[in-house]
Design a protein around this ligand. Structure first.
Ligand code: SIN
Ligand code: NI
Length: 263
């Protein structure tokens, strides 16, 4: 199996990302890396989950179990979140220097029955001006459609004017952007080690997990290196006591260029 690197990423992939707002990149991790990170992430998430939601970074919902921004607590997770290959490909797709915003593990428990409904990510974030922010959605197990894979609405990244949508409500995004109801939808099943990248304004959903196996995905979100703080509340920025207009800066928000030296 060939691993895709920033050097081998084709111009077609970059063009696809810019046109549609998302792209599939097979083999962003080797199969061995995917298996190793699967065990690290799943074990960590189950431990956090067993402690309950006392920790604000842990949300155990029907739609998914979400564990937000723990890469700095655990060397194994850091190895994935600061993976220079994933960050390097993200930066080439975005076309601007990037830094980490945050990571999260999203586990769809077996037979969870609940889709993640269409939404854009960007409106959830306290970013005044991160126009090229991008997420890497990394499959750490095989994710066929039946296990909760992603579907994207092509071209929806151009709707930069929308307020936050509810990912538990199927009508929330399509109600305010009805032109996408009959537009192109692309469903992207992934094998372990594959990844999709999506622009933070590209609307996406994920199918329920109707299998016996937990769907384990690790998502790494990058923002423009120049992003400033909008003043809105967010779990990642609340402890930083930033003032509106200040740069989102600090050691928890490292530049992609520094990932290799920080792992
Ligand atoms: C999911 O994996 O269920 C949703 C991912 C996302 O919203 O980015
Ligand atoms: Ni999302």
């Amino acid at each position: 199996m060939v691993v895709t690197t920033p050097e081998t990423l084709s111009d077609d992939k970059i063009q696809h990302y810019r046109d549609k707002g998302f792209v599939k990149v097979p083999g962003i991790l080797s199969k061995d890396e995917a298996a190793e990170f699967h065990d690290i992430i799943y074990r960590f998430a189950e431990r956090k989950r067993s402690l309950g939601e006392e920790d604000p970074g842990v949300r155990d919902r029907e739609v998914f179990t979400q564990i937000v921004n723990f890469w700095h607590e655990d060397a194994g997770i850091r190895g994935l979140t600061l993976h220079p290959n994933v960050g390097g490909v993200a930066q080439k797709l975005a076309g601007v220097p990037l830094r980490l915003w945050h990571d999260h593990m999203l586990i769809k428990q077996p037979h969870n029955k609940t889709p993640t409904e269409f939404h854009q990510d960007q409106p959830y974030w306290p970013h005044a001006d991160s126009t090229q922010s991008i997420s890497a959605w990394i499959a750490l197990c095989d994710v066929p459609v039946e296990r909760g894979c992603m579907t994207f609405l092509s071209g929806s990244h151009r709707r930069t004017d929308l307020s936050a949508q509810n990912l538990n409500d199927a009508e929330s995004f399509l109600g305010i952007a009805p032109e996408f109801r009959y537009g192109e939808r692309v469903t992207v099943p992934l094998e372990a080690g594959d990844c999709t990248f999506h622009h933070s304004r590209c609307a996406h959903m994920a199918t329920p997990n109707d299998t016996d196996v937990p769907r384990v995905a690790h998502i790494v979100i990058y923002m423009d290196a120049t992003t400033t703080f909008s003043g809105n509340k967010h779990i990642v920025t609340d402890p930083l006591a930033l003032k509106e207009g200040e740069a989102l800066d600090g050691e928890l928000l490292p530049f992609v260029e520094r990932f290799a030296s920080l792992r």
